[in-house]
Design a protein around this ligand. Structure first.
Ligand SMILES: Nc1ncnc2c1ncn2[C@@H]1O[C@H](COP(=O)(O)OP(=O)(O)OP(=O)(O)O)[C@@H](O)[C@H]1O
Ligand SMILES: [Mg+2]
Length: 233
């Protein structure tokens, strides 16, 4: 059984259809990547999953239960954590305050302040600094740490490595691997195959709001030329 799934989801912005019969599922313990070029519908898929984009057709399923009608706040309480593209940390609060505020969700689970500090020691070192003084990579770490502190069932990450230096991308890749190894299901959105090929168990390719390809990472290796063509700009 999947932890989180969209089934045949249609999403519209006004008259423009942004998702067309889109289906995607994340299973227990899986890292699933969603790949696609600019404007393909990746962020919209995440927004549909977290309830920010209403479904005009189709279903949202969490832990086997139909949650199509629930609001974002209800879905968050039931264990969907979303780290958006713009990271949305509190710029004028300290790193520590940013982390403390993430704990208001009061969901039980293994992720504590100590545990996120172990994962990202720099967040402890920089605890007193305002959020906006962190580097891009550190801000991404803070955003992921905030998601983890809500002890979600599944973590949705929208282009976490975009615009970051190769060394930082490697650190984040390693961190995602650790988070997953400790049991967390992850839905990872990326524009290219760089990180997904290293991390993901299964992959989906989206274009023009439709899921055009899905398979295991081994399947993708075998079908790489076709997938590259679907995501190339
Ligand atoms: N709030 C909105 N209102 C109207 N159209 C939107 C809105 N958000 C996204 N769109 C459109 O919906 C389509 C899908 O956008 P989406 O943001 O999901 O793409 P994406 O794959 O995340 O792209 P990117 O790689 O640039 O982040 C695009 O054509 C986009 O212009
Ligand atoms: Mg996007």
């Amino acid at each position: 059984m999947s932890i989180l799934a969209l089934e045949e989801a249609d999403v519209f912005y006004g008259k423009a259809q942004a998702l067309q019969r889109a289906s995607i599922a994340v299973g227990q313990g899986e890292i699933v990547s969603l790949i696609g070029r600019n404007g393909a519908g990746k962020s919209t898929t995440l927004k549909a999953a977290i309830g920010l984009a209403p479904l005009r057709a189709g279903r949202r399923v969490l832990g086997g239960q139909d949650v199509t009608g629930l609001k974002p706040s209800q879905l968050a309480r039931r264990g969907i954590a979303f780290v958006p593209e713009d990271r949305r940390i509190f710029a004028n609060l300290s790193v520590h305050e940013n982390l403390v505020l993430a704990q208001v969700m009061d969901r039980r689970g293994p992720w504590t302040m100590d545990r996120v500090w172990r994962l990202f020691p720099v967040l402890k070192d920089r605890g007193a600094q305002p959020g906006n003084t962190l580097s891009g990579g550190e801000q991404q770490m803070l955003a992921i740490a905030r998601g983890l502190l809500t002890n979600p069932a599944v973590l949705l990450l929208d282009e976490p490595t975009e615009g970051l230096a190769p060394l930082v991308v490697e650190q984040l890749t390693e961190a995602m691997r650790t988070i997953n190894a400790e049991g967390m299901a992850i839905l990872l959105v990326e524009q290219n195959l760089r990180v997904p090929m290293k991390l993901a168990h299964r992959q989906y390719v989206i274009d023009h709001g439709a899921m055009l390809w899905s398979g295991t990472t081994a399947d993708l290796l075998a079908d790489r030329a076709r997938v590259e063509a679907l995501i190339s700009i």
